[in-house]
Design a protein around this ligand. Structure first.
Ligand code: SF4
Length: 384
């Protein structure tokens, strides 16, 4: 089992907080899609692990992320999916499972009735929408293009064409945001009745315009205790409304966990296509160059513009700590070597004693108190 991730780096405008690799120059759309299809052709065997020999690997999840994939034309979306789904003669590299989860990230303002019809003609069965907040002043502070009034119609358009597996992203912890204001955002999210919600505190990533505003003292971060109150409100409100808190930032109705994201946390291999996309084959990680022009030039010259890191046993252990520990089930200790299990149990003991970690049935997981300080717990557990 494996996944495919495709990075579409185009955005109509840049949001103030974003540090993903994107460009607002939308001219090269056709050329990029040609390059993505060529890269797929060149790397068809990347996921082959030869168990059993010569059997195609089953692709269980496909994720179109970015950037803003909903900026792609209908024609280009069809080209991309044809490249993934069309059988190549005598090729046994991979095949897409009939039950694959196929997600596309969309901005609410892109989901017009016509665009929803386009989605309906494609294998897409899940949409992840960057809602962020229902407050127009904050949307404009973030330099998002959509208005709050566009969110509900976007969800309705998707449902009308049969896409009910909808996830939304929310942000909390805006400068000067109050708990009451966050409660209003959460209430509006619940009223949408979507099956999946991801919620993140506003991050001040170096190099972003938001980080610059912070350095210039034109905005200030909310204090830690308010951030903790907001996080607790998030968890209490969503769990009371039948969302399972299954990963630090993710909540799902029964049966609607994100299978693609879960595969990252479970160490399942994935092939990443496009500029800045990462791939993982179980023994190494590789990442494509974060430059659209250099990416397309290299692919047209039949080379993959990437760097690779072979993972030693300590790095694999550290990856388990920073991924599996984010999940409700935590890290399955039987996946570790005796040496790494002993190391982890020793390093974890102070946090177990303090109630930040719990040990149940050979799994070690963050407690509710531990989630809020997960970064510092993970840094205590990794091997340096
Ligand atoms: S739309 Fe998404 S990817 Fe594009 S700039 Fe905004 S946050 Fe970043």
């Amino acid at each position: 089992m494996a996944g495919i991730y495709i990075h579409v780096p185009f955005c109509a405008s840049r949001c103030i907080y974003c540090d993903f690799y994107t460009t607002i120059n939308l001219e090269n759309q056709n050329r990029l899609v040609r390059a993505l299809c060529s890269e797929l052709d060149m790397r068809r065997n990347y996921l082959q692990d030869n168990t059993p020999p010569n059997a195609p690997i089953e692709i269980d999840t496909i994720y179109l992320g970015g950037g803003t994939p909903s900026q792609l034309s209908e024609e280009n979306l069809h080209r991309l999916f044809s490249a993934i789904y069309n059988k190549v003669e005598n090729d046994v590299s991979f095949q897409v499972s009939p039950n694959a989860e196929v997600t596309m990230e969309c901005n609410p303002d892109d989901i017009t009735p016509q665009f929803a019809q386009t989605i309906a003609k494609l294998p897409i069965n899940r949409v992840s929408m960057g809602v962020q907040t229902f407050d127009d002043v904050r949307l404009s502070f973030l330099r998002r293009r959509h208005k709050s009034a566009q969110i509900t119609p976007a969800v309705e358009q998707l449902r009308q064409v049969g896409v009910n597996n909808i996830s939304i992203d929310l942000i909390f912890g805006f400068p000067k945001q109050t708990l009451d204001e966050w409660a209003i955002d959460l209430q509006k999210a619940i009223e949408l009745d979507v099956v999946h919600i991801s919620a993140y505190s506003l991050m001040y990533e170096e190099g972003t315009p938001l980080f610059k505003l912070l350095q210039q003292h034109r905005v200030s971060e909310i204090d830690e205790s308010k951030s903790l109150d907001m996080f607790n409100m998030l968890v209490d409100t969503l769990t009371a409304n039948h969302y399972e808190h299954y990963e630090i930032s993710n909540f799902a109705r029964k049966g609607y966990r994100s299978r693609h994201n879960a595969s990252y946390w479970q160490g399942i291999p994935y092939l990443g296509l496009g500029p800045s996309a990462h791939s993982y084959d179980g023994n190494s990680r590789q990442w494509n160059i974060s430059n659209l022009k250099k990416y397309m030039d290299a692919i047209e010259n039949k080379t993959i513009p990437m760097e690779r890191e072979t993972l030693d046993e300590d790095t694999k252990y550290n990856d388990w700590i920073t991924t599996a520990l984010r999940t409700k089930e935590g890290l399955n200790l039987t996946l570790l070597s005796d040496a790494h299990r002993n190391y982890l149990l020793q390093a974890a003991q102070p946090h177990i004693n303090q109630g930040n970690l719990v040990l149940i049935d050979n799994h070690i997981a963050l407690s509710r108190a531990g989630i809020f300080i997960s970064d510092s717990i993970m840094s205590d557990l990794i091997k340096v």
